[in-house]
Design a protein around this ligand. Structure first.
Ligand SMILES: [Cu+2]
Length: 133
């Protein structure tokens, strides 16, 4: 009887952990404020459609920008960084929207930044972690 219960618990644990990249999810709620992302790190499975609900509780416009693999923004985000943007969404103060993007097929870490002048410097930085199967 006890043995059966342990086996059952293990089976449930295996179901909850799913397969591949524990902690990776395909949908997130992200809150942007002056000047941070919560959470500031999201983990997604490679090659999946990712849905985001993004709200801006700050006083100014914020962006959620995913930079291309290996791209940095230097000292602050400027026009030279535009070609390295993989995906971008802008949310007005008090705004809230639901959106989706195609998760990168290539596992790795991608920089998330806000392009409003000075926000990167103020620490408005996040990380997208794409994990393989
Ligand atoms: Cu910002």
């Amino acid at each position: 009887m006890i043995r059966t219960r342990i086996a059952g618990a293990l089976a449930i644990a295996a179901l909850l952990s799913g397969c591949g990249g524990g902690g990776a999810k395909t949908s997130y709620s992200v809150i942007m404020t002056d000047f941070s992302y919560t959470p500031n790190q999201i983990q997604v499975p490679a090659g999946e459609q990712i849905t985001l609900e993004i709200s801006n509780t700050g006083a100014v416009v914020h962006n959620f920008i995913i930079m291309k693999a290996g791209s940095d923004v230097g000292t602050d985000f400027d026009a030279a960084d535009e070609p390295n943007v993989y995906w971008k969404v802008e949310v007005l103060p008090g705004g809230n929207l639901q959106t989706a993007f195609a998760g990168a097929a290539q596992p790795g870490e991608y920089l998330i930044v806000c392009s409003t002048a000075g926000h990167y410097l103020a620490g408005m930085i996040g990380k997208l972690i794409v994990v393989g199967e």
